[in-house]
Design a protein around this ligand. Structure first.
Ligand code: BGC
Ligand code: ZN
Length: 355
């Protein structure tokens, strides 16, 4: 079968390879891949900045945002049958206390693997096999939009974490800000709207296509080429209670922390593989956090319950803003065009590979 592999550490190494269809053992499910979404992680892996091969192998099959159909199940599989549509989770446990409690996303020892990213092959292949415990069934009526579930699970973890840490006090948030309007930023904005918040989306461009999405959602958009991030609370006449940072830019992350209001929570979710230096006023940064009782929390990956909440929210979003989710998939490519697909990431909302 066809698959797309890279050699981690080597720039632009993505290529089509031919590998065997995996065999199905007693507790495994064989999945025929339909769509695989690409994100910045895949881009950075193909840039040679990130990613690890599985033990004793020379290449890594990439792809971690999948949607596929069950075609075969092992004799011990209980929850799945051929024809089911499924999304696989990404992270696999080591033996730390969190992993043993099925909180792989909070792995303590760092011995975890991630399919398509770290030490384990991903889903950019015609078929993959997986244990049923790592698969999530998606309702058929979600259709192709099911491919958005894995990145949606990250947004769900960001929002769930924000509300969890704010249990530290009485908290009645009104305004949320999401920095970054890639798929992750947009789906986070959608989830925050569904939680009843006023939502502000911030990025560095004006894009008529995205403007239509913001207005359909009732979201206020600011372009930081036109307004300084620090002026936004003044401009809207109220403080920001929750900020979710998803730009991939650590400078924006530091400034977002300073812009957040009293008692606010700032969730940092960008993976910034580089070594960017920025200059900030350390005293202002510290003083603002202390006098504002603010809290900063970082999040990565997602728990199974975030996938489940993601299914619920994608369905509610579809019901509330009909046709919106489909509009977030802005490009489809065949596997052969992987390089073109990766280089189109930054001008698209979500790029998918179609098998
Ligand atoms: C994936 C996560 C993963 C993270 C770090 C993201 O793109 O969606 O599942 O944990 O990269 O490798
Ligand atoms: Zn662990």
């Amino acid at each position: 079968m066809k698959a797309i592999s890279v050699v981690p550490g080597h720039k632009s190494s993505a290529q089509i390879i031919d590998v065997d269809v995996p065999t199905v053992t007693a507790n495994h499910v064989l999945v025929k891949v339909k769509l695989v979404g690409l994100d910045r992680t895949d881009y950075e892996i193909n840039e040679g900045l990130y990613g690890e091969v599985p033990e004793n192998e020379k290449m890594l099959i990439i792809g971690h945002e999948s949607l596929g159909e069950v075609v075969e199940v092992g004799t011990e599989v209980k929850a799945f049958k051929p024809g089911d549509m499924v999304v696989s989770t990404v992270r696999r446990p080591d033996d730390c206390i969190n992993c043993r409690a099925e909180e792989y996303d909070m792995c303590l020892n760092g011995g975890y693997t991630e399919r398509g990213i770290k030490g384990r092959h991903g889903f950019l292949s015609e078929y993959y096999a997986e244990e049923e415990q790592f698969l999530v069934k998606v309702p058929e009526k979600l259709g192709d939009v099911g491919v958005l579930l894995e990145p949606t699970s990250i947004a769900e973890k960001a929002v769930r974490t924000a509300f969890a840490v704010q249990k530290r006090m009485r908290w009645e948030p009104i305004t949320a800000m999401v920095t970054g309007t890639g798929f992750l930023g947009l789906v986070t904005a959608i989830i925050l709207k569904l939680r009843g918040l006023e939502v502000i989306s911030v990025d560095r461009s004006d894009n008529a296509y995205k403007d239509r999405i913001f207005s359909q959602l009732g979201i206020l958009h600011f372009n930081t080429k036109q307004i300084n991030l620090h002026e936004i609370p003044h401009e809207i006449g109220r403080q920001i209670d929750i900020i979710v940072e998803m730009t991939g830019n650590s400078g924006v992350a530091m400034h977002a922390i300073m812009v957040a209001g009293t008692n606010a929570v700032i969730v940092l979710a960008s993976i910034t593989g580089g070594d960017r230096r920025i200059e900030i006023c350390g005293d202002c940064f510290n003083q603002g956090l202390v006098l504002g009782n603010k809290t900063i929390v970082g999040i990565v990956n997602a728990h199974r319950r975030d996938f489940e909440q993601g299914i619920a929210d994608l369905q509610t979003a579809e019901a509330q803003w009909s046709g919106l989710l489909e509009k977030l998939v802005t490009a489809r490519y065949p596997p052969e065009n992987i390089h073109e697909a990766l280089s189109s990431l930054f001008e698209n909302i979500k790029v998918v590979i179609e098998f």
